[in-house]
Structures are given as structure tokens and as C-alpha cells.
Design a protein around this ligand. Structure first.
Ligand code: NAD
Ligand code: GDD
Length: 356
């Protein structure tokens, strides 16, 4: 019902911002948008929504957020690309507090339907050891050997969704997103994923005239990348569906990182000298999405071509980069090597002796 109160957590983030925009386009009148970040740091913010800056690690804030809501889209998590998740495993696992308290709050507040954003990082590492490995089917998450930290937390939270549905009747739906990219995504600072990072590095190389690019690993690892519009369409289809078990939501257009770089170079009209950094975070060797289950249930799968999505993403990052240059902000990382932002969204620990 368009008059239902809908809660989006992580609404100040990349996908959450696009989701709020889409719900508004669909005519939802009562949207509560919650994120831990101060409003000025939200990727997108809409005056028509009830915007709240709350730390959802805390149970009372989850109750505040869920009160009166009929639907919950729980997207809040401490996350990023390989540069972040490989160096912040404990922080990633602490997102279990958000998911635990949000599920409990949803139950207590009588929420009817609950969407949880899981990840392809739940899949067993053994199934991702070759660049040409077959697409991951949902059952490939077991026996469990998920990505350290972030992937284990997602797998645990998926299972909590399942048990809240089975034991308490809360209608949960879970999608495993495969690497999502697009405008408003993080493109610098250490949390950015490969598509945005490569766009930024190509733009920086052109701006500085230093025509080289650092690529993490050998460039031969493979991934599929899903444009954010497909992700939002998929969430909209999965939420009201009868798909009870976690389902892949990803593109199956598999590319090597070298191919990703070539596409961005072509969009930018430049060729760069490639410098490979084997010491940088790399993750699994190959990962693709098998969309059989998604197609069977929805007769739909993500289909926006990578070239098309990257052109829009590149244009957006280019404008953001130019804006920063005009404002005179330092051109961070011009031709730089790997940077990793280990800054956390977790409150700083009290200085020793000053705690309660
Ligand atoms: P994002 O980092 O842009 O958004 C997540 C938001 O959650 C951030 O704005 C962050 O401030 C917020 N958050 C973190 N801790 C919080 C807390 N304690 N209380 C309230 N808000 C908090 O990431 P995204 O790409 O938009 O991802 C959205 C969801 O999708 C996440 O759950 C992520 O794990 C999942 N996912 C994303 C991808 C991807 O490629 N983007 C892939 C797999 C899964
Ligand atoms: N981030 C980044 N930056 N990756 C690079 C770069 C670079 O400059 N150069 C090459 N890569 C390589 C990485 O080494 C990795 O092998 C590959 O590109 C993909 O890296 P990411 O996009 O950072 O992450 P991912 O695909 O391994 O995992 C992401 O997707 C998951 C879902 O599929 C992460 O965002 C996870 O958090 C997410 O759940």
C-alpha cells in the first residue's frame, strides 16, 4: 500500500539513497530514511522523507526506526570494497548488531515484510578459485566458507532472517547482491569498489597527465558488476515475491579486471600504462552470478550492459572530481598507490580509565 510507512535503513548510503528515490517515484508517501551518518554526508537526501540520523547498532534506535513501519528494507552495514573489508573484519562483523536489533525491533513493532541485503561474499571460497568458475548457485554458500569477516556476518544474518520467518512468522526476504556500481557510489577514500576506483584512477591519470594506472592484483581476476538501477528493480521484485530463501541479485556479464579497465579507458578516450600491485587486496579469483533461481521466480534478471552502466558512472565521477577541483580541494591520490581508509563508523573507544 502506498500509504504504508516504509523504513529504509542505510538510506544515506549508495543503494539506500537510490531505493528511497525509487519508492518516492512509485508514490510511497511515508518513507522513513535512517542512517548513522550526519545528513551532510548522505549520498542522497530527500526532503519529502522523514530523515533520521541514528546509530542502529543500538536496540533503542532500531525500535525508534521501526515504530509504525509496515515494511523494512535493511541496508545498513559497515561495508566497502576489498580494500575495506579485508582490513576491517571485526568492524564488518559488528554489523551483526544492526541486523539482530533490527529483526527484533521489526518483530516487536509488527512489521509485515522485511528485506535484508546480503552479499555474494557469503559463497564458499573453494567455488571461486578460478577466473572462469561457473556462476554461483544459491546452494554454493554451503558447506560454509564465506569471505572472512564481512561474508560470515552476512551469512549469519541471512540465517537469522530465515529463523525469524520460520519461528516467529516475520516475512523476511533476502537477496545476495553481486558487486553493485553506479552514480552516488563511493569513489574514493578507501571503501570504493573496483568500477568506481578504476573510473577515478583513469580520471586522475588524465587530469595529471601521468598516463599510468595502478591495478590491484594481476588484472586477471573476474567479477560481474550490476548497475544500481538493476539492483533497485530486483529489490522491488523480490520484496513482494514468494522467494523465501536467499536469492542471487547480480549481473552474469563476467569480465576480468583488465577488461573492466579497457572499457573505462575506451569511455575516457585514453590508454594507460598498467602497473600491477600484487600486494593489494584481491579477494576471490573468480565470481559470477547464476540467475537460474531469479529467472524461474521472476522471469527477470539484471540486464543493463556493463559498458552502458560504466559510461553513466564515469560521467558522474568525472563531474564529482571536477567539482572538487573547482572547490580547490587537494587532488588526493593523483597517480597514487593503494590507500585504505580504516576510519570507522564505530564510536571511538573511551580513553583508558575514562569509561563508566
Ligand atoms: P553504503 O556503505 O553506501 O551504505 C550503507 C549505509 O549504512 C552507509 O550509509 C552507512 O553509514 C550506514 N550504516 C552503517 N552503520 C550504521 C549504523 N550503525 N546505523 C545506521 N546506519 C549505518 O553501502 P551500499 O553499497 O549502499 O550497500 C547497502 C547494503 O547492500 C549493505 O548492507 C551492503 O553490505 C549490501 N551489499 C552491497 C554491495 C555493493 O556492491 N554495493 C554488494 C553486496 C551487498
Ligand atoms: N577496490 C578496488 N580498487 N579493487 C581493485 C582495484 C582498485 O583500484 N584494482 C583492481 N581491483 C580488484 C580487486 O583486487 C578485486 O580482485 C576486484 O578488483 C574486485 O574488487 P572490489 O570491487 O573491491 O570487491 P569484490 O568484488 O571482491 O567484492 C565486492 O563485492 C561484494 C559483492 O559481490 C565488495 O564490495 C563486497 O563488499 C561485496 O559484498
Amino acid at each position: 500500500m502506498k500509504s504504508d510507512l516504509v523504513l529504509v535503513t542505510g538510506a544515506g548510503g549508495f543503494i539506500g539513497g537510490h531505493l528511497v528515490a525509487d519508492l518516492r517515484r512509485q508514490g510511497y508517501r511515508f518513507i522513513r530514511a535512517v542512517d548513522i551518518k550526519p545528513f551532510e554526508d548522505w549520498c542522497q537526501i530527500f526532503s519529502g522523507a522523514e530523515n533520521l540520523s541514528l546509530d542502529l547498532n543500538l536496540r533503542e534506535n532500531c525500535l525508534r526506526a521501526a515504530r509504525g513501519a509496515r515494511q523494512v528494507y535493511n541496508l545498513a552495514a559497515n561495508m566497502g570494497g576489498m580494500g575495506f573489508i579485508e582490513n576491517n573484519k571485526a568492524l564488518c562483523m559488528l554489523s551483526v548488531l544492526i541486523n539482530t536489533h533490527m529483526l527484533q525491533a521489526a518483530l516487536e513493532c509488527g512489521v509485515e515484510r522485511y528485506f535484508y541485503s546480503s552479499s555474494a561474499c557469503v559463497y564458499n571460497a573453494e567455488k571461486q578459485k578460478r577466473p572462469d568458475c561457473p556462476g554461483l548457485k544459491e546452494e554454493d554458500a554451503y558447506p560454509a566458507m564465506a569471505e572472512d569477516g564481512y561474508g560470515w556476518e552476512k551469512l549469519f544474518s541471512e540465517r537469522m532472517c530465515r529463523h525469524f520467518r520460520e519461528d516467529f512468522g516475520l516475512q523476511t526476504r533476502v537477496a545476495r547482491f553481486h558487486n553493485v556500481y553506479g552514480p552516488f557510489g563511493t569513489w574514493d577514500g578507501g571503501r570504493e569498489k573496483a568500477p568506481a576506483a578504476i573510473c577515478r584512477k583513469v580520471i586522475e591519470a588524465k587530469a595529471s597527465g601521468r598516463l599510468e594506472i595502478e591495478i590491484w592484483g594481476t588484472g586477471e581476476r573476474t567479477r560481474s558488476f550490476m548497475y544500481v538501477d538493476d539492483c533497485i528493480t530486483g529489490i522491488g521484485k523480490i520484496m513482494p515475491s514468494a522467494i523465501l530463501e536467499p536469492v542471487n541479485l547480480g549481473s552474469n556479464e563476467l569480465v576480468t579486471i583488465n577488461q573492466l579497465v579497457s572499457i573505462v579507458e575506451e569511455i575516457a578516450g585514453v590508454r594507460l600504462k598498467r602497473i600491477y600491485n600484487p600486494a593489494a587486496p584481491q579477494g576471490v579469483t573468480g565470481r559470477n552470478s547464476d540467475n537460474t533461481l531469479l529467472r524461474r521466480h521472476l522471469n527477470w534478471e539484471p540486464g543493463i550492459p556493463l559498458r552502458e552502466g560504466l559510461a553513466k558512472t564515469y560521467a558522474w565521477i568525472y563531474d564529482e572530481f571536477a567539482k572538487r577541483q573547482r572547490l580547490g580541494a587537494p587532488l588526493i591520490a593523483l597517480g597514487s598507490r593503494s590507500r585504505c581508509d580504516t576510519q570507522s563508523l564505530w564510536p571511538a573507544a573511551p580513553a583508558s580509565g575514562s569509561g563508566p
